[in-house]
Design a protein around this ligand. Sequence first.
Ligand code: ADP
Length: 674
Amino acid sequence: MASAAWAGSGPIAELPADERAARRGARLRELHEASLRLAAPLPAEPDAVAALLSEIVERAVAAVGGRDGRLVLAEDRAWRKLVPDSGPAAGEQGLIRVGRPRLPRPPGPPGQPSQERRRDHQDQQGSYLFRVRWKPDPATLHVLATGEAASVPDTLAASRFGWYPQVAERGIRSFVLVPLQAGGHILGVLTVSFGRPAALTAEDQEILALFAGHAAAALERVRLLYAERRRANQMEQLAATLARVDGAPNEEQALEALLRGAIELLDGDDGVAQLFGAKLGERRLMLRLERGGAPAARSTTPLLPPGSISAAIQAGGPARIVEDFRALDPSAYPLYETMRRRGIRSAVNVPIVAGGKPVGSLHVNHRAARFFDSADLAIAEALATQACAAIERFRLEAAREAALLQLAQQREELVMREAEAAALQRMDALKSELLVTISHELRTPLTVIHAYAQRLQERASALDAAAVATTGARIETSSAQLGRLLEQLLDFTGLERGEVALQLEHFDLVPVLHELLVALRLRPGGDRLVWRLPARLPVHADRARLTQVVANLIDNAAKYAPTGPIEVRGRSVRRPANGACRQERWVRLEVGDQGPGIPPEQQQRIWEKFVRGDLGTQFHPVQGSGIGLAVVKALVEAQGGRVGLDSAPGRGSRFWFELPAQTAKQAPKHTRAA
Ligand code: ADP
């Protein structure tokens, strides 16, 4: 160091020999003392570093009889942690300035930059150790870049580093700069200034250079200590981050834990973590987080910006460091402007790889250029690699759940289709059954009509009036049966399609029933029919349809109960009105027989279309189509009523229906059967 070349030196003042010798001895003692002090072990703590830096400056100034001194440190993570910050933008130049307090000076002229003023203010407060946004002067830059010592022998004269009139204004007439070099790299620059021009002898310079060597060694020890401690911490942090990622309850929180851990580990200012979609250029999830910032900002913008670093990573690109976003070509890098706006200069970008395939990316950014090195890249990669197992687990779980859901949906659809197919099959079977039944039903009365009509034709002259009347009556009965069957069929199809128009009106049911019952009594076996009716039964219904319903029920009773009375009973009943404590008047009509009755398990089903009970089929094959009761139910319900049945095998059946006696509020006059 002593032999270092001195750039920019001018003529150096020489002193008489004896004085020189005395001064030399004093300085060597000073140097010896200083080196002993600096050699003492020092903890990597801000207070200890502050003391060390000021001691270096003070001792350097004292050793060469300077007026003032300062220390500029090259950017290093250690100083970011160990030297206080002077403001949010501090350290952007990557340099740390350390100086002795200057004498108070009158407030600067109006145009003076505020940064400068703040620095002065801090100096006056006696705080002389801080990181600042500071643009290094050409001489300092030269020393930082080359490791050569330098001097400006006269601040009022032009030097190879330019002019220093502002420095001269502060009473500084010359200054010297020595590099602090250790471990093969330049840690910083020590500057000592003097009140007079060309103040240093060659010997002074030598002493200063020696001193700088000791100071650099002390600083390097602190730096290494810090780096080592940081590495140890990093391992702990890495493990803690992985544990948090593993313990996260879902994919998004796992990703956030990974991002938070990565920013902490790499001392980043902010970061982004994202998960890619299945296709190239797609992304599922993006999280952005500021250092120490509360919750992550979440984005589900589905596309990766084409040409971005993440798009390259998704396409299989390698992990990479961006030294300085501002050095990139704005026309080739789509996020140039975004990064500039956010003040981001450098970044570490690594893929999150699962199954050999990039499934996402992790980015840690910093506002300083060239902030990250290959060790940072390695740590980020290690973190992303190990965390991806946990993230992949969530992805697989989600995929499994989606697959299961799809399977369940497919199964449901299959069941539905099967049910549909079964229903169609059943309909098909019913239709053919219906065709058989109907043809059968039609054939019987038709055969009768045909036979009797033929008889009349062939034997017209031989028959007496009574025989003609009997034959005519038989023809009449059979054609009536035929007519009823056709009517039922028509009603049924009409009701099915909702095409039956009802003529609802108020009328007394008693005379209507009377007329019907008297007519039915005239039929063969009609004498079994008995009835019990009150004097009046006002009802709100369709007169013709109601008659049809009663006739159907009586027909069934006659059909299925071959003996015993068929009893028709009508009465007025009270029923609670819908949702009110009020009671409403209804009309209840029952058709009872003493036939075989209906087993409980069939009582519900016989109301369905085409469904016939055992009686209709097995034991006493009674002809029918299985639509009579379905028509009854549909007609009664279309008129606002309800149907029911009380029966037990061997104890007869009592079919009933009830209809409102009054118009239901707001009930339409004309309604369509459902
Ligand atoms: P169908 O009489 O043409 O079979 P319905 O719909 O009128 O069709 O009747 C359905 C079924 O209900 C009948 O097949 C029969 O088993 C049963 N059923 C109807 N009325 C009676 C009754 N009064 N006594 C016993 N069973 C009856």
